[in-house]
Ligand binder design. Sequence first.
Ligand SMILES: NC(=O)c1ccc[n+]([C@@H]2O[C@H](COP(=O)([O-])OP(=O)(O)OC[C@H]3O[C@@H](n4cnc5c(N)ncnc54)[C@H](OP(=O)(O)O)[C@@H]3O)[C@@H](O)[C@H]2O)c1
Length: 281
Amino acid sequence: MTTKTFSLGGDLTINRLGFGAMRLAMSTFDGPSRAPESGIAVLRRAVELGVNHIDTAGFYGRGAVRANELIRTALTPYRTDLVIATKVGPLLAADGVPSGQATPDQLRGLVEADLRALGLDRLDLVYLRVGGMTGPGGESIAERFEALAELRARGLIRHLGVSNVDAAQFAEARAIAPVTAVQNQRTDDDPGLLGECEEAGIAYVPYFPLGGGGRPLDTERVGKVAARLGVTAAQVRLAALLATSPAVLAIPGTGALDHLEENLAANDLGLSDEDLADLRG
Ligand SMILES: NC(=O)c1ccc[n+]([C@@H]2O[C@H](COP(=O)([O-])OP(=O)(O)OC[C@H]3O[C@@H](n4cnc5c(N)ncnc54)[C@H](OP(=O)(O)O)[C@@H]3O)[C@@H](O)[C@H]2O)c1
């Protein structure tokens, strides 16, 4: 059996199977926005089913439907064991289109905006999200990470993370302040980076754990294992992800109650060595 919990930063115990809030406002990037009531119902059910790690960002939303506001509406007063992770870095124009990277000064404003939107005095985990829509880029992140480290020293942030980084950027951040989590795209998984995280007790949180909605969930290998176990492809993908390393956290995103319940049931799905070998092919 894989361990179900992870000690984030050594002081926050979270369930490794968590929840990604990006889909609360929309299922697909070009689809319509979702009703706020459905997002609120999904969040409440997630917590009821044991989720205590929610991954969000001030830039998750479509129009007036904002993930952070849904979280505050649905879940305040917050349970004391709930960990909310946010991301700062990308700037969005009024139409929601990415318009560059925040400067250190702008990062301070973004952290304050997250605190206000979520109704918190301190954010549990803030990632510096680097780069655009492509993979890790290689530029220095020192000045921006120092700005976040300063906010942490002032007590506005408990733990820091980095997202969409390469090994050099990860090392640069770690030389400035403790890094508690790394969030890179699942397909960019770098075994070296994952190994370093594992060794240092740092969480590795792959985004798009279900393929981001753009790729079929049910490949031939996944389908074979799912059929043998009588479960769904999404459940096999999540269980396989959690089996890769005890440092890996899963944050599947959904705005649909049935998908939420299906995804969280993966917590009880143990994959055998044979299943894992079949998935590797
Ligand atoms: N750091 C970054 O740059 C970054 C980038 C992207 C995402 N993220 C984070 O990672 C989280 C996860 O990524 P994601 O939500 O984009 O992608 P994902 O979890 O890989 O997939 C979500 C997509 O799959 C669908 N889905 C969910 N459960 C399903 C199921 N059981 N069966 C069939 N379809 C299912 C969702 O649609 P429905 O909503 O209709 O279920 C949605 O379209 C986000 O919520 C966000 O917190 C971070």
